[in-house]
Design a protein. Structure first.
Length: 327
């Protein structure tokens, strides 16, 4: 088994024989292939070097790995409500495009100014600043083009009304109801982070709910919508995904601190990242942040109670994967 423990606790899950790692690997692969097709260079543009450059920069950013948590969340939520995984494919691709573009813009000089992403040059370092900005813009546009046309292109029948609701959900999560708003709030906190008491826990939560959790929520909710979930099912998935989204960020902060501590040769958990507001810092230590993560995991799992264990297994294991991941 791999590095990620998903700690099964219920006997019914042992007997169901559900293998989450296999599920994640298989769906991550199919999402990768679908993204590859969605970003194919049109033959008519092969002799247009600038156009080629734009598409290469988009492909570089989307097809460079990543855990594919958001797409798999969309697929698992679709199956949770009884839908076919294929119905969630356009949603899965769209949320990963939005995620990838947010990383491209995040690493640009006017934002975090990072030269590396996933162990290789970031998009602006590899393709230049103009291309990176435009690759992000074009990926955001393509996400919605793909939601509008992806079903017909793949021969999948999903009622237009469901597709439209998923467009609204993901657009809100990318923009004023999520990532863009959260990123600006985060930038406003920068520099205040090291002054104890200036960034409150409520502000930190506001940033992360918007910047990180909202897109994970939109992925799951959209998967449930296109899968034909009832209103109650979609809202159950939303409550589950809200917890998982926040859990994702709390664990990110814990990993940040423990990695930094190890890198500095200090005792893991004792040293807190100096000039950044994190959950370990505002909650009073890594152990407290870890306890909060466990609480969020329990709340997410509680949303899956009373549902057939086999049907709930992918969402349950995905929450545990997020809780116990090591990267
Ligand atoms: C989306 C319209 C729009 C604008 C973008 C720059 C910006 C505005 C937002 C930055 C958002 C950001 C970087 C959020 C952090 C999210 C996060 C926790 C990323 C890490 O996600 P993983 O661990 O990454 O899923 P992998 O590499 O596995 O894909």
């Amino acid at each position: 088994k791999g590095r990620h423990s998903t700690k099964p606790r219920h006997a019914d899950e042992f007997s169901s024989g559900f293998d989450f790692e296999q599920y994640l690997t298989a769906h991550a692969k199919s999402v990768h292939e679908a993204l590859d097709r969605a970003l194919a260079l049109p033959a008519r543009l092969e002799h247009e070097p600038d156009h080629h450059w734009l598409i290469e920069s988009m492909r570089y950013s989307v097809l460079s790995g990543g855990k594919r948590v958001r797409p798999v969340l969309a697929i698992a939520a679709c199956e949770f409500v009884g839908g076919d995984a294929a119905a969630a494919a356009p949603v899965a691709c769209a949320v990963e495009m939005v995620h990838a573009m947010s990383l491209v813009h995040d690493e640009m000089p006017c934002m975090d100014d990072d030269a590396l992403r996933r162990g290789r040059p970031s998009c602006h370092a590899a393709f230049g600043e103009h291309a990176a900005l435009l690759a992000g813009d074009a990926l955001l546009a393509l996400a919605f083009e793909h939601l509008a046309l992806g079903y017909a292109d793949a021969g999948i029948v999903v009622p237009a009304e469901r597709a439209l609701r998923s467009v609204a959900e993901i657009a809100n999560a990318a923009g004023i109801g999520g990532v863009a708003a959260g990123q600006l709030a985060d930038k406003a906190c920068e520099g205040r982070g090291s002054r104890v008491g200036v960034v409150s826990l409520a502000t930190l939560e506001h940033v992360h709910v918007h910047k990180t959790a909202r897109l994970l929520e939109a992925a799951a909710v959209s998967g449930a919508i296109v899968g034909g979930g009832t209103g109650a099912e979609v809202e159950r998935v939303r409550r589950y995904a809200r917890r998982v989204g926040l859990l994702f960020q709390v664990v990110d902060d814990v990993l940040d601190v423990t990695r930094t501590s190890v890198e500095l040769g200090k005792t893991a958990g004792k040293d807190l990242v100096a000039d950044k507001s994190t959950y370990p810092k505002l909650l009073g230590g890594v152990d407290k942040a870890r306890a909060y993560a466990d609480e969020l995991l329990a709340m997410a799992e509680a949303e899956l109670e009373g549902v057939d264990a086999r049907r709930a297994a992918p969402l349950r294991q995905l929450a545990r994967f997020v809780a116990y991941r090591q990267n």
